[in-house]
Write a protein that binds this ligand. Sequence first.
Ligand code: NAP
Length: 325
Amino acid sequence: MTFTFSGISTPSNSSDSKHVKVLVLGSGPAGLTAALYAARAELEPVVLTGIELGGQAALTHTIENYPGFPDGVGGSELGELFQKQAERFGAKVEFDTANTVDLSQRPFQVGTDNGQYLADTLIVATGARPNHLEIPGEVELTGKGVSYCATCDGWFFKEKKVVVVGGGDSALEEALFLTRFATSVTIIHRRDNLRAGKVLQNRALSNPKINFIWNSIVTQVVGSDKVTSLKLKDTLDSTESMLPVDGLFIFIGHTPNTQMFKGQLDMDELGYIHANHLMETNIPGVFVAGEVADSHFRQVITSAGMGASAAIQVTHFLEKELVSA
Ligand code: NAP
């Protein structure tokens, strides 16, 4: 089935814009699954990848809980498989990033690094980014020992001592990965109870290379051209101490990439976009998928599921419009 949209007016300043039926923002599991479903509905979706193809999942060394891969699958490999499958049915994946959106009228206008799109419908799957500790030395020493991605930077810490901050699944998963390279991995957690699931907890607690510092926070990263030590503070008695280390990996949760939608799409106080179970936002024609609208599950499988749902709803939305045109 092919759709045409005679009812949508094209803005006068749009001569250089590419007009598409479905524009997907983001190329994580949500965006690429949405593209797969939209492509199979012959909607010729265009995906703007954002900075990284595959989103955050691509930065995960091994994904062990995505069904169909009993031995696990590399995060970037899974992203490439998603892309290949979507492209097989006609999705176009552009290495480009959206910077501005105007959702005040249809087609929606989206400004990118490389140009401008007019989109009859939009699937927002821009994901989230890692939170920072916001302590002295963190910004200055990022890339010089401070990292938010063990898969990307773990190799640089062969035979070195590293610290991981956080007590969630990401922190433990990445700490376990870092034991491949580092001589020791110290997990610093602000409480004495881990947030991570039991399987990861058991693995981390029984790994001889991993040790824990409980009830503590990092208050300063010390070093000039590379990290040499961390200043720690005990959260119970406020005593301070120094810990010599070579690297600091921070995994303390995420912030959704929704800045450009502020004032246009309804969102909660943390910036997660409000959507109903049909992936609809407050603006007809704008749908969401993945972590951008999900502060709770944040799994590859749930994001992919939301992507499929969003694309199915986009198809219904455009079909209805076609019937009533
Ligand atoms: P998370 O579950 O929100 O955990 C963040 C951790 O960082 C918590 O332990 C939190 O401490 C700590 N933290 C937050 N702010 C801090 C600060 N300013 N200073 C020190 N510590 C701070 O985040 P996540 O681990 O990235 O996981 C996000 C979601 O993805 C979760 O739903 C998780 O289940 C999922 N995930 C799943 C897998 C998997 O299934 N294999 C892998 C990765 C992520 P408190 O505990 O005290 O709040």
